[in-house]
Each structure stands twice: as structure tokens, then as C-alpha cells.
Design a binder for this molecule. Structure first.
Ligand code: ADP
Ligand code: MG
Length: 252
């Protein structure tokens, strides 16, 4: 399905085939096929409850896959022998709620994974944390506690933290949905900069203007399937499926 729009000369970073996910008897993902190429920015949109978060969580095995395959950088997540910690080094994830550790400083939050998982030495890890904070415009907050930051600043720290393992892929699940409106822009700007830097990204978002601007491809999910996908121009400007039209009429 996605072959028509994926750029063939770029290597696939994520290949999803026949992905199904059930919770008990509730089948939430009903056979999803998708390819995300290197450097591609894919936005996933769709009604609440359509399975967007579950789909994203299957991409880094926060959920076990019921059937089908998810291959990330050559690792098949359906293979029980796959080292999930190794896979997660390739994928950073940012959630709606930032989940920073309150008893640690901003820099310590960012250093945690590199120090614990990669066993990077603390000095190097702090140097890198400061560079990442510079990137998200928060260098001066390195030694502050998360509680002293605004929601937008916390989310920018969460993005820096996700980048600390040098992932080749970043997943965002409604990263701006919990923010006060005046803070949405600063976080979207950081995400846009990341997109422009060539990061491979899959974003679930309710920000249609943002999706239109930064996405190479938009996937519309409804009821656990990919209902329509294409360029932002196609999906927003020339929707063909009635469900997509109905959805857009409510959100645009
Ligand atoms: P979306 O992100 O599009 O709003 P979700 O992926 O969060 O949708 O949820 C899709 C469906 O899966 C919902 O019906 C939800 O109740 C169900 N679901 C999600 N996570 C779980 C879970 N851990 N246990 C049981 N049901 C779940
Ligand atoms: Mg969701």
C-alpha cells in the first residue's frame, strides 16, 4: 500500500506487515502494512480509539505483537530472541506526558539512559546532555529540577532525553496534546528542526497544520486499519475515503 509513496532509493527503517494486536478479545490493530524509509517523516492521524498509540507502541515493542511482523533496522520484533534493549537504542520515544524524574536535575534525567545502558562515563554523558539541551534551547536549565519548568520546557527536556541514546528513529505520541496552547509552538519547533535534520520520525498528532507542513507522508487510521495514506497534499487536499472526509470535517 505504501510502496506507491515511499521513496524507493531510501532504505526502509521500519517495515510493518500484517500487524495485528488484540487485547483479550478486542482486536485493536487489524492488519497494518506500512514502510518508513530512512529520513522520512510520517504523521499518523485518526479518531480517538482507532489504534494510533497501540500502533506506535508496537514499533518499539512496548506492546507484544499478536500477529504479523515489525522489522526495525533489521530486527524482527516478533522474534522472541531479539534483544529489545538493543532495539530500543535505535528508537527514541516521546509521550504526551513527559515522565521526567522529579528528584533528578534536567541534565541528570538526560544522562540517565546513556550512563546506565551504554555505560558512558558521567563527564561525557553530561557534555552530551548539555549539547542536547542547547539544541532544544534549554542549556541554562541543566541544573534545574523538572518541577521548576513549564510544560513546554519539560517536553523539550523529554525530547532531549529521547535523543540521548542517539537513536536513528524517533516516535512521538501526541507530544503536544497535554500542553497549554501557548507552549505548543515551542515544542513543535523543536520537532520540526529534528525533521529537517533528517531524523526518521513517526508522529501521532492532532496538529493538522503541523502534519501538513512537516510530513512526507500522512497515514489516516480508522478502526485499526490504515484507511488512507498519501502525501499531505493528497490526504488533506484530496481525501477519497468517506471516513477521512468526515474526520477532516471535524478537525480542520
Ligand atoms: P488511539 O491512540 O488512536 O486513541 P489506542 O491505541 O490508545 O487508540 O486505543 C485503541 C483501542 O485499544 C481502545 O479501544 C483502547 O481501549 C484499547 N487499548 C489500548 N491499550 C490497551 C490496553 N493496554 N489494554 C486493553 N485495551 C487497550
Ligand atoms: Mg493515542
Amino acid at each position: 500500500m505504501s510502496e506507491s509513496t515511499a521513496l524507493p532509493e531510501r532504505a526502509p527503517k521500519i517495515t510493518v506487515t500484517g500487524l495485528r494486536k488484540s487485547f483479550g478479545t478486542n482486536e485493536v490493530l487489524k492488519g497494518i502494512d506500512a514502510v518508513v524509509s530512512e529520513g522520512e517523516v510520517v504523521c499518523v492521524i485518526g479518531p480517538s480509539g482507532s489504534g494510533k498509540s497501540t500502533f506506535l507502541r508496537c514499533l518499539n515493542k512496548l506492546e507484544d505483537i499478536t500477529a504479523g511482523h515489525v522489522v526495525v533496522d533489521g530486527f524482527d520484533l516478533a522474534d522472541p530472541k531479539v534483544d529489545i534493549n538493543e532495539v530500543r537504542r535505535h528508537i527514541g520515544m516521546v509521550f504526551q506526558h513527559f515522565n521526567l524524574f522529579p528528584h533528578m536535575t534536567v541534565a541528570e534525567n538526560i544522562m540517565l539512559a546513556p550512563v546506565e545502558l551504554k555505560k558512558a562515563n558521567k563527564e561525557k554523558a553530561r557534555e552530551q546532555a548539555l549539547a542536547l539541551l542547547e539544541k532544544v534551547g534549554l542549556r541554562e536549565k541543566a541544573d534545574a529540577r523538572p518541577a521548576s519548568l513549564s510544560g513546554g520546557q519539560k517536553q523539550r527536556v523529554a525530547i532531549a532525553r529521547a535523543l540521548a541514546m542517539n537513536p536513528g528513529i524517533m516516535l512521538f505520541d501526541e507530544a503536544t496534546s497535554a500542553l497549554d496552547p501557548e507552549m505548543v509552538g515551542e515544542v513543535l519547533q523543536v520537532i520540526k528542526d529534528l525533521a529537517r535534520s533528517g531524523m526518521t520520525m513517526v508522529l501521532v498528532t492532532h496538529e493538522m497544520g503541523f502534519a501538513r507542513e512537516v510530513a512526507d507522508r500522512v497515514i489516516f487510521m480508522a478502526d485499526g486499519v490504515v484507511c488512507e495514506e498519501g502525501t499531505p497534499e493528497d490526504v488533506f487536499g484530496n481525501p477519497t475515503q468517506p471516513r477521512l472526509r468526515e474526520f477532516l470535517s471535524k478537525v480542520l
